[in-house]
Design a protein around this ligand. Structure first.
Ligand code: ZN
Length: 416
């Protein structure tokens, strides 16, 4: 995953244009079956209009001596994304009105966009702004707009059932590691895990890589019927590269299978933060919207908006870690293992409690405290073929990895 993040880091991605196309090409190379779905510029999707393609060749600011005091090629966050082209001398006073900075970190350059309003601007750190000492500056943003397409990548792995597991992440951000190249890397890894371990999977798996908001809106405008019909559960994934917290952003009413899946796997983690739909921020906004109402929850490590490096150039390769990425991967590995297990809905083979002692599953001595045995007994007591592993975790207060361990053991002994 770190290799993928490195490969994709230095690209001025936006919601349309060449860099996002190159990113999709890269993902296609890694996952082979990726299908590209195109939406024409200026076409409608619900209440939205697909914007024209935006591309940028170069941007800089020079002082009166001709010295570059800002160079887009050295820091891809140093322009406002989707800026209209500009090439002129302006006063320092006018330039300052066009510069955006980060309030909290004096050395950080913020990430700013203007997708739906014609505007241009630059981004600098507070410290860089302090150094501006020329009276006039030459500003140049060599950007262009053209009619083209907005593109979405979709990977579909058919299972023996039509019921689907859905994963969505966004690929429209330029060089920030946690938000959101880490999630692109994670989805690629999950696809590889499925291909390696569940060649013939029970469920169908659908992964989308899209520009945030407008991409999910376009995708939903085209696929809503199929998604509504078949989606069992889904996840909107973002910011998965740090190792600080685990965050669940619940579906609108917190009552979907995706909510209980995440709860079951993250139960008992000390660094778990649970947010309601009021704290939504990514594509869960669309997936759970009234009338759409898909069973989708948001998953992040430290949630967007909550870490100070968020949307700045300090969200770089140093901010994320191998442990963070691996632990994020393990969350979805456990969920997939549970879903694909033949005992996702475990069912007792006997009426009345089976004799665990004669199978070596509990001590044959009747003693006062037998805490560990109780968990196995509780598991069996709710294995009625109607409750799934996620629900059983909630009822008997264990996490999904423990439930998988117990269910495998009971299955070996032919008790479920
Ligand atoms: Zn973001």
């Amino acid at each position: 995953m770190l290799k993928i993040i490195n490969d994709l880091f230095n690209m001025p991605r936006s919601i349309t244009g060449e860099p996002i196309r190159q990113t999709l090409k890269y993902i296609k190379n890694k996952t082979l079956k990726l299908k590209i779905i195109k939406f024409k510029s200026r076409s409608k999707a619900f209440d939205w209009t697909v914007p024209d393609e935006w591309n940028i060749k170069d941007a800089y600011i020079k002082d009166q001596k001709g010295k570059k005091i800002l160079d887009f090629k050295k820091n891809l966050l140093s322009i406002v994304y989707h800026s209209i082209p500009v090439k002129k001398w302006i006063s320092k006073k006018d330039l300052l009105k066009k510069i955006h900075f980060d309030e909290t970190i004096a050395t950080a350059v913020p990430y700013v966009t203007t997708y739906y309003k014609k505007y241009w601007g630059f981004c600098m750190s507070k410290n860089q702004i302090k150094k501006l000492n020329s009276n006039k500056y030459f500003v140049n943003i060599d950007s262009s707009f053209k009619k083209g397409y907005l593109e979405v990548g979709e990977y579909l792995k058919k299972g023996s059932q039509k019921k689907e597991v859905f994963f969505s992440t966004y690929i429209c951000h330029p060089s920030m590691a946690n938000d959101n190249i880490a999630s692109t890397a994670l989805q690629i890894e999950i696809i590889k895990y499925l291909e390696r371990n569940y060649k013939k999977s029970k469920y169908t798996y659908r992964f989308v890589f899209l520009p945030e908001t407008i991409g999910s809106i376009c995708y939903l405008s085209k696929k809503l019927r199929a998604l509504k019909k078949n989606m069992l559960l889904g996840f909107a994934i973002s910011c998965v590269g740090d190792n600080k917290q685990y965050s669940i952003i619940k579906s609108r009413f917190g009552d979907k299978l995706s909510d209980s899946a995440l709860f079951s796997v993250l139960k008992n983690k000390k660094n778990l933060k649970v947010y309601s739909y009021l704290d939504r921020g990514s594509d869960e906004r669309q997936y759970c919207y009234p009338g759409i109402d898909l069973p989708v929850s948001g998953f992040c490590r430290s949630r967007f908006h909550t870490f100070k490096e968020y949307h700045t150039d300090h969200d770089n390769l140093d901010y994320i870690s191998k442990e963070g990425l691996n632990n994020s991967f393990n969350v979805f590995k456990s969920i997939i293992d549970a879903l694909e297990s033949k005992n996702f809905y475990p069912k007792n083979k006997f009426l009345c409690e089976p004799n665990l002692g004669k199978r070596g599953l509990m001590s044959t001595l009747g003693k006062k405290f037998q805490g560990k045995n109780k968990v196995t007994k509780n598991f069996l007591a709710y294995s009625d073929g109607k409750k799934n592993l996620f629900e059983i975790c909630d009822i008997i207060k264990i996490n999904l990895d423990e439930a998988l361990f117990i269910s495998n053991k009971l299955s070996e002994k032919e008790l479920i």
